[in-house]
Ligand binder design. Structure first.
Ligand code: NVA
Length: 421
């Protein structure tokens, strides 16, 4: 059966300078999400039961603040933690359903069992609470991310039943699994310095400034949460969880469909893992940035030259939850339900005030208990469907594309893309 076409033809260029934004048609599908801000109509919300604390492993210590103490513990998470996390997620489901969003859940999965392949064995898995890390929705395609923590090797299993049902329900979407890396020792910098995020040593700062991370370039790997979607343009974060080969896999996979895939980094993020506390698009012309982890100058210039405004995020300053795997910047891990409405952690009052001043409606939602599972409102959800089309929000890149220039920006180190210099 041929897919129906959703006709959209109104460019959003008004008042943005000489270049206009382009729009094309997209097939209607149960899976349809091209950006982070269109009206959300169908979403996955994770679940906590069966979650474990992984045993320390090569890519682990470097990533998580307070990791030395945190990973003295391992094995099943406490019943209290699971109950607290699940209560928050169940409440999030109610909030989303109250807003008319259809919610799907992964199946309960027991992570308290060994993860073993020909290349490694670890005693525990991780969690199905962080749907955004595993599943990347780009248009009508859901890509299972290859990931790089051994404990997360089989995490996709928790979503397979749900995806299989969706596969039976609708014939217009693509289900793709990116190749999983071996996660053998050869993938990791085994002697990478370990120290807490805030007080990173000069050695570690230098490595991050040079884009040298605890994983190497042996095999492609990425986490889905290192990707931000802006219609035709995707921004992929070079981090402890996403290497250049992982970016390259995404570029080669998505560019034949017309996507422009960029690779950037945050040189002041001293435990870089996942982009959704650093670079958070709120609508078709506004990005929230982390003032302590600013992007490189070429990214700022690209935003400015294409009519984007930036808002600095702010944190409440309350102590980070005892067992959190994240920094205080988890406050910025918010979920847009449409161009004007965002779900924000209920205690992040300064952030809500700031967003309110910029015309956004904030819906407070308690989610701090989720920090120990690895994230907040954006991390624990992933898009199935938003009202969004394959559309450009970067007229400057359209212009380069029309001239046959390279439109995938992936400079090395601190360089800028030549075409933008
Ligand atoms: N690495 C981020 C968390 C991402 C969800 C941070 O701790 O700031």
């Amino acid at each position: 059966m041929a897919p129906r076409l959703l006709q959209r033809c109104i460019p959003l260029a008004g008042g943005r300078g000489p270049l206009s934004r382009s729009v094309v048609t997209a097939p209607v599908s149960a899976v349809n999400s091209f950006n982070e801000w269109g009206r959300l109509t169908d979403v996955v919300v994770g679940r906590c039961e069966g979650s474990t604390i992984p045993r320390n492993e090569p890519a682990f210590m470097a990533k998580v603040p307070k990791s030395k103490e945190l990973f003295k513990m391992e094995g099943p998470r406490s019943q209290e933690a699971i109950q607290r996390g699940n209560e928050e997620l169940d409440n999030l489901v109610r909030v989303l359903e109250g807003l008319g969003v259809r919610v799907r859940r992964p199946e309960g999965f027991d992570f308290d069992r060994p993860v073993q392949t020909p290349d490694f064995a670890v005693p525990y898995g991780n969690t199905s609470a962080m749907a955004r890390d595993v599943l990347l929705t780009v248009g009508n395609e859901i890509i299972e991310a290859p990931m790089s923590w051994r404990s997360r090797f089989f995490e996709y299993r928790a979503y397979r039943k749900m995806l299989n049902e969706l596969f039976e329900e609708d014939g217009n979407w693509l289900w793709t699994a990116a190749p999983k890396p071996t996660m053998a020792d050869s993938m990791y910098n085994l002697d990478y310095p370990v120290d807490p995020t805030k007080d990173a040593s000069p050695e570690r700062r230098k490595l991050i400034e040079s884009r040298i991370y605890c994983t190497k370039e042996a095999e492609p790997h990425f986490d889905a949460a290192d990707v931000m979607r802006f219609g035709k343009d995707l921004f992929v974060n070079n981090s402890y969880t996403t290497n250049r080969k992982g970016y390259e896999w995404l570029r080669r996979h998505l560019s034949p469909k017309g996507f422009r895939v960029h690779f950037f980094d945050f040189p002041q993020d001293y435990a870089p893992m996942h982009v959704d506390t650093n670079f958070v698009p709120l609508n078709s012309h506004t990005v929230m940035l982390n003032p302590e982890r600013m992007p490189r100058p070429w990214v700022m210039r690209l935003l400015k030259d294409n009519g984007w405004q930036t808002i600095e995020g702010v944190v409440s300053g309350q102590p980070i939850p005892e067992m959190s795997q994240c920094s205080e910047w988890l406050a910025l891990n918010i979920l847009s339900v449409d161009e004007k409405t965002v779900l924000v952690e209920e205690s992040e009052l300064p952030l809500m005030e700031r967003l309110d001043k910029h015309g956004f409606t904030c819906i407070p939602v308690p989610i701090r208990g989720l920090a120990e599972f690895g994230g907040g409102l954006h991390c624990s959800t992933t898009d199935i469907r938003r009202e969004s089309v394959f559309e450009s929000y970067f007229p400057q890149i359209d212009h380069l594309e029309a001239r046959g220039e390279d439109v995938h920006f992936a400079p090395y180190g601190a360089e800028s893309p030549a075409v933008l210099s």
